[in-house]
Design a binder for this molecule. Sequence first.
Ligand code: EPU
Length: 451
Amino acid sequence: MDTFVIEGGRRLEGRVTVNGAKNAALPLMAAALLTNEPVTLRDVAPLADIRNLQRLLAELGCHKAEADPAQPAVVKLQTTDESCSHARYEIVRTMRAGICVLGPMLAKRGEAKVSMPGGCSIGDRPVDLHLRGLAALGARITLRGGDIIAEAPAGGRLHGAKVFLGGPFGSTVLGTANVMSAATLAEGITIIESAACEPEIVDLADLLMKMGAQIEGAGSPRITVYGVKELKGADHRVIPDRIEAGTYMCIAAATNGNITIDNCPLDAMMSVTDRLEAAGVHIRRMGHNRQGDPAPEDPMRVSVKVTCDRILRPVEVTTQPHPGFPTDLQAQLMALLCLAEGNSVITEKIFPERFLHVAELSRMGAHLFRQGPTVIISGVRRLVGAPVMASDLRASASLVLAGLAAEGTTVVNRVYHLDRGYERMEEKLNMLGAAIERVDDKSLTDDQRGG
Ligand code: EPU
């Protein structure tokens, strides 16, 4: 298993480019099940989750064309065989986002069988809202042998309906993606109330509309979908990854660095920049991009320079659905606030158990006190390197960040979690002056491994 060995304490400086968003790309890829024409996606990051979904789509008869080596981030998908509609446990368990094939497959084929995703390290992660939404569109849903079996009404077509997607923790992002995608081919009008407002939903609606769908209101809590008989192929560029961009912002601040982030979706990051600026991080939109051309007009693809005051101020943060502070940056911000002067408070309102990084950060000298969904962070002058264990994607990113800021050597075990969501993170960071080595854990001593 791969491990990072990080020599901390270096100031990071330079430029880094943000990839296409993983969480946008996954439902976009699943949308290729809605048509038999090719769907071309650009800026698809080469991540483990993306490869796993490609594998699942191939089993469902949706194949990826041979990649052009000159354009590795372009993925062309086409559904040519609809005979297998079973998303098997063996693949879905490697990647919960596999659930996003359910809505498209049901709408196009009139039936779908998808293994029920289990919980994961960040919490229970039920899919009741997905199922309730699809049932409202007329699907008959049953559970058999661990599989969700969804069948459209007689005639094979779903029908439009009023659907409420609010749950105890707000709306659901992939649930909204599933219901919105399914409604595009339903007969009549669907109104999704309490829809997720995340930019990844707007990106999916943009692709679906290029494919011929009629959708209004994506990005707001009420989405209206006017069903059409069929969809066609399309060509679409995935939005940049706001979580990757936010992670690099936190890293710039934690290393007292000076990093310019290109292809940054600043327009979707107001809650993030608000909290970082309150902590003393300076985020300045640049007039020019990497090539020296005037900055593009698209506020979702700008260049920003991130620097920081020597002394970080403590802040209070509550994670919330978009446009609130994203849960996917909670761990990274916590690692940064470990170095603030005073007490910060983080409350997790989306996944109240998503605190696997707390014990690991404590091993590096952080002073953290957790009570239920809230963690009080008493800032310390310095973190010290230690062997730590990455347990989920964003927790891993927070440990890398802590390792970069810490004195001495940090060994982050099990970085395969990190590879699910960050492309070549160590290479990108080393280009900025970090000292991170990716090694096989077999080559480590017991002390480095953590005993
Ligand atoms: N929920 C329900 N019932 C449901 C669905 C969700 O109660 O049927 C609850 C969840 O348990 C959670 C809240 O609603 O408390 C929000 O969950 P949501 O469904 O929005 O999460 P998701 O769509 O499964 C996506 C991202 C996650 C991100 C969340 C929240 C993808 C592939 N995943 O998950 O990303 O944390 O939205 O923004 O888009 C990550 O990238 O590290 C990651 C975990």
